[in-house]
Design a protein around this ligand. Structure first.
Ligand SMILES: [Zn+2]
Length: 169
């Protein structure tokens, strides 16, 4: 944990946040200054500065997708933007920004333009989002396949001919 890192403090539950998702490596929570309804930040639990420092980068984006799709399901977002900027807080974060026909942004999301929601509304948004994120089913154990008997790649006869070919060249 990095000293004075606000996101590390959120991971450690020292600063409250409206969490919508959590697994072993990542958490997602509502941005307190939402760009749109359902705008979340997805962060690794470990402190990395840049998103591309996160070793399981693919899993990281899978979480962002889950959260984005949940916003689509819960609030009817038309499409979802994923922003990774990086300098505002120096702890890797993907901004999941659900987009709506009539939101406050143009084609490009303006990170200085925020929606206003009351504390109650924010709590409701978090709850709705949380319940729209599918819960991972425990993995069903895969069927064990019959062990295949390993055959030697080269028979003695093959080896004999191969060696003979080499010796003759
Ligand atoms: Zn941190």
């Amino acid at each position: 944990m990095e000293q004075k890192c606000i996101f590390c403090a959120i991971v450690a539950n020292q600063i409250p946040a409206l969490k919508v998702y959590e697994d072993d490596n990542f958490i997602a929570f509502l941005d307190i200054r939402p760009l749109t309804k359902g705008n979340c930040l997805v962060i690794p639990k470990k402190h990395y500065i840049w998103t591309y420092d996160v070793p399981n980068f693919g899993d990281y984006f899978e979480v962002a997708r889950k959260v984005g799709l949940a916003a689509q399901k819960a609030f009817g977002a038309k499409w979802i933007c994923f922003l990774t900027l990086g300098l505002e807080v120096q702890h890797a974060h993907i901004r999941v920004v659900p987009r709506y026909e009539k939101d406050l942004h143009g084609i490009v999301v303006d990170i200085n333009v925020n929606e206003k929601f009351s504390e109650e509304e924010m709590k409701e948004i978090a709850e709705e989002l949380k319940s729209a994120i599918p819960v991972e089913q425990p993995k069903v154990e895969e069927k064990k396949e019959e062990p295949v008997e390993e055959k030697p790649r080269w028979s003695k006869k093959d080896l004999f001919w191969a060696r003979r070919d080499i010796e003759q060249t």
